[in-house]
Ligand binder design. Sequence first.
Ligand code: HAM
Length: 420
Amino acid sequence: MYKRIKGTLDIWGDDIWYWYKIEKTAREVSMRYGYEEIRTPVIEPTELFVRSVGEETDIVQKEMYTFEDRGGRSITLRPEGTAPVVRAFLENAMINKGFPQRFFYIGPMFRYEKPQLGRMRQFHQFGFELIGSSSPLADVEIISMVNRFLKSLGLYRFKIVLNSIGCPKCRVNYRNALKNYYSEHYDELCDDCKRRYNTNILRLLDCKVDVELAEKAPKSVDYLCDECKKHYETVKRYLKIVGIDFEEEHKLVRGLDYYTRTVFEVRHELLGAQDSLGGGGRYDRLFEDMGGPQIPALGFASGIERIILAMKEEKVRVERENPHEVYFAVLGRKAYEKAFKLAEEIRNAGINVDMDVMERNLRGQLKHADRVSSYISLILGENELNRNIVIMRDMETGYQIEIDLDYVVEYVIDKVKKEH
Ligand code: HAM
């Protein structure tokens, strides 16, 4: 028998209701803030991610699903959604529609990571991007949206952590400060950090091994230029005004290279090692780096699988629909002919009808109705048909009555809509 690829999931059964709830909430919250959906391909040219996410990042170095297609092109399964949105924006000349432009997306992403709880090789993100504004008000909008999205899902035990890593101008001084600091501790560094010391010094702050060193490292906020400082202060001030709690974390640098100024992450208290429900930030240089004009932008993406873990931890109840509201038990050829017509009429009224297609005996059919938790069963055999009635059985109480066949549709609609 075939097995699914390591780090992927089949999504079905009870879990599907969490997906519906999250996808519905994601769309509703997006619309509430004026965001429109964009769907980009799952495959993109490899170079797109190398240029945007960054050559020295873990994603590009060791996590991409990259292959050569039959035409000899290097293709990558998207590891994230921001670079594809930027590509689509430039390629489709969306700039002609003016600013700001707001997009959201929901879909699968792929990273070749070591699978564990909350860390998959195929996972799904709900992300949104606000393109064209350099104002701190845009940062506040994105963070408010994140906050509303998670609260609308019934989540409370999360925190928003915030930092500013400045613009390329302030980054020069900050990098130097980090180099000085870490050069004094070079021998203590893990092998990964020794490599990153030369290639991407900011990522040393992210190291899971050298945590204490990172705690005491120089802070990016102390090296911000006046404009970046003002931007960051305004973001914080507005977050307080709109009543969104956040914590500042000077070690927060994020794992993708395209960020400038504001970066943030959402962490959940009950998730353990993979506690990041989502992350985002500004990327004011990315459009330019990808060959476009200078366009400021920012965004956020959350991991849906992790949100589900968090919802389960917080015991959030999700609504379920019953696809088997009415079960139609039928016996005999003539009765099937009538029942098929009646079932369609009940479905026309928006009620879910599960009808026997196994041609089982009555006991077997009612057992099925019980197993799938139907509210009511309709029983129609040759005998009932001859008497122009159908038997209605309330599956919860066992109560049964005979209903005139001419009124059965109205009766069922009324009963199901009133009682469920
Ligand atoms: P990211 O931090 O790489 O950011 O991913 C965002 C979220 O995706 C993570 O916080 C996590 O919830 C989820 N995630 C990432 N990797 C995995 C995995 N292997 N398994 C399960 N969940 C995972 C980005 O992707 C940026 N594009 C976010 C962004 C949008 N920045 C600006 N705009």
